[in-house]
Design a protein around this ligand. Structure first.
Ligand SMILES: *Cc1c(COP(=O)(O)O)cnc(C)c1O
Length: 388
C-alpha cells in the first residue's frame, strides 16, 4: 500500500487481503482469538518468528486494517488502536514516563487530558508545567533536566488556538524531548504533525474519523522506536479497540477527505455569516483573516477544520437561548458528526473550571462551540437565526 502516493487512495485501497471468498468489502473479524495448524507453528508465533495472530488484545485483522490506513494517512510507520481517544492519550503518556519525569504541555489541552496531568500522573510522581500554545518563546523556560515529553494539541478545544508545529518540532529536538500531538481536531487530511518531527500522534477516532457519531475509538501512531514502548504497554494493560469499532472506523476513513473538505467549506461559510449577525461579540475560526494566527493556520493546515466558536454579547442567557431555540442543530457535547452540534462550554464541558481558569483558555460565558455538520448551510443558518 505504501507505493500508493495519495492519502485518499491509501484510505480507500489500503484494505486487508481478501479471504478465500474474494469479498469486495472487508469482513468483520469478531473473534477474540486465533488458531494454529500445529504446536510448532504456535510456538514460533509466540516466539515472534512465525506467521499468525494470537489474540485480539494484541492484534486483530479488522483492527490491523484500520491501523495500517491511519499510519498511511499520518505518515507514521507504526500504530495501535485503543477503545477511546482517552485510552490513546493515557497510553501515550503512561507508556513513556517513569517516576520523577516531567512533562511540558500546552495549556488548553482536552479536559480529560488535563485531569490525567493534574490528578492521575502526579500520584505516580510525574509532574507537568503548562506553557501558552501561542507563545513558543517562553517554552524553553519550562524545561527541566527531568523533562521527558512535550504534549500539545492544535487547534485547541474550544479556544481554537494554534501551536506552531515547526517551532514545536525544533523545540523538542533542541531539548531532546519526545514530541506528542493530539491531532483529533485537524485530522491527517488537514494537518500532518509527522512532517514537523512528531514522535507520536494521538487521535480520538470517535470524532471526525468515524464522523457519524456511532462508535468510540482512539489511535496511537508513531515512530518505530516510540511505538515499541507504547505497543508493549497497550498489549499488557488492555485498552484494545473492539474489532467492530475498528471495522466501522476503517470504512469511515474511506470518505474522510470528502467529509472534511465539506465540513471545512461549511464551517468557513458559517464563520463569515455569523460575523454579520446581531448579538455576536466575536467569531473564532482559524481560516478567518482576523484570527490572530491566520498566517500560521494557512501554513500548517489545508483548511480551517469543522469547529467554529463564537461569543454572544448576552452571556449565558443568550447562549442558552440560542441552544434552546435550535430545532435542527443538536445540543450535545460530541463533535465531528454529520449533524451540526452546539455546546455551551461554560455550563457543561468546562463548568468544573473556575471563572479565572476558563478565562485563561478563552472560555467566556457567552461562548458557543459549533461542530459544523454536513446539512445544507442555509438550513443551519436558518436554525441559528431563530435563536440569535
Ligand atoms: C474527544 C477528544 C478526546 C477524547 O476522546 P474520546 O474518544 O472521547 O475518549 C481527546 N482529545 C480531543 C482533542 C478530543 O476532542
Amino acid at each position: 500500500m505504501n507505493e500508493l502516493k495519495a492519502s485518499e487512495t491509501r484510505a480507500i485501497r489500503g484494505q486487508m487481503e481478501q479471504t478465500q471468498y474474494r469479498e469486495h468489502s472487508t469482513p468483520l473479524f469478531l473473534t477474540s482469538s486465533f488458531t494454529f495448524p500445529s504446536a510448532e507453528a504456535m510456538a514460533d508465533t509466540f516466539a515472534g518468528s512465525g506467521e499468525g495472530i494470537i489474540y485480539s488484545r494484541y492484534n486483530n485483522p479488522s483492527v490491523d486494517e484500520l491501523v495500517a490506513k491511519a499510519c498511511a494517512l499520518e505518515g507514521m510507520p507504526a500504530g495501535f488502536a485503543t477503545s477511546s481517544g482517552m485510552g490513546a492519550v493515557f497510553a501515550s503518556l503512561a507508556a513513556l514516563v517513569r517516576q520523577g519525569d516531567h512533562i511540558v504541555a500546552t495549556r488548553a489541552v482536552f479536559g480529560s487530558t488535563h485531569q490525567i496531568l493534574t490528578e492521575i500522573l502526579p500520584r505516580w510522581g510525574v509532574s507537568f508545567t503548562y506553557v501558552e500554545p501561542d507563545r513558543p518563546d517562553e517554552w524553553d523556560a519550562a524545561v527541566r533536566p527531568e523533562t521527558k515529553l512535550f504534549v500539545t494539541e492544535t487547534p485547541s478545544n474550544p479556544g481554537l488556538r494554534l501551536v506552531d508545529l515547526e517551532r514545536a518540532g525544533r523545540f523538542c529536538r533542541s531539548h531532546g524531548l519526545l514530541f506528542i500531538v493530539d491531532n483529533c481536531f485537524a485530522t491527517p487530511h488537514l494537518q500532518r504533525p509527522a512532517e514537523y518531527g512528531a514522535d507520536l500522534i494521538t487521535h480520538s477516532a470517535t470524532k471526525w474519523m468515524d464522523g457519524q457519531g456511532r462508535v468510540l475509538g482512539g489511535l496511537l501512531l508513531g515512530t518505530e522506536e516510540v511505538m515499541d514502548q507504547v505497543i508493549f504497554f497497550c498489549r499488557h494493560t488492555g485498552p484494545a479497540m473492539s474489532p467492530f469499532n475498528a471495522w466501522v472506523i476503517s470504512k469511515s476513513l474511506e470518505t474522510l477527505h470528502v467529509r472534511m473538505d465539506a465540513h471545512c467549506r461549511s464551517a468557513l461559510l458559517m464563520a463569515e455569516w455569523l460575523r454579520e449577525q446581531p448579538g455576536i461579540a466575536a467569531v473564532h475560526y482559524p481560516f478567518l483573516e482576523d484570527h490572530p494566527q491566520y498566517e500560521l493556520a494557512r501554513k500548517q493546515m489545508r483548511a480551517g477544520g469543522g469547529i467554529v466558536t463564537f461569543e454572544l454579547a448576552g452571556g449565558v442567557a443568550a447562549a442558552q437561548r440560542l441552544l434552546n431555540n435550535a430545532v435542527l442543530c443538536t445540543r450535545s457535547s460530541n463533535l465531528g458528526d454529520t449533524r451540526t452540534i452546539l455546546t455551551h462550554p461554560a455550563t457543561t464541558t468546562h463548568s468544573k473550571l473556575s471563572p479565572e481558569e476558563r478565562a485563561a483558555v478563552g472560555i467566556t460565558d457567552g461562548l458557543v462551540r459549533m461542530s459544523v455538520g454536513l446539512e445544507a448551510p442555509a438550513d443551519i443558518m436558518a436554525d441559528l437565526a431563530r435563536g440569535l
